[in-house]
Design a binder for this molecule. Structure first.
Ligand SMILES: [Zn+2]
Length: 73
């Protein structure tokens, strides 16, 4: 599906060194540094979803998990 540009629409897992296709988006924010309407998005494959989510939950960051098809960009 590539048109030859640099931008890829492929979603890749955010876990370091993982190159698997991501199935999930984790939208989160750090209440200490992000305003109420800011969201960071991490992408996760099936294998790393729980790991990345646990990382954020351990820090009490609010988060929402959505399918990549629900992400805007
Ligand atoms: Zn992964």
């Amino acid at each position: 599906m590539s048109l030859g540009g640099e931008a890829s629409r492929r979603f890749e897992c955010s876990r370091a060194a993982c190159t698997q296709e991501a199935s999930w988006g984790i939208q989160w924010r750090n209440p200490k540094i992000h305003s109420e309407d800011r969201r960071k998005t991490w992408l996760a494959c099936d294998e790393h979803l729980s790991m990345l989510r646990d990382f954020l939950e351990a820090r009490s960051f609010p988060l929402t998990v959505v399918g990549v098809s629900e992400l805007d960009g």
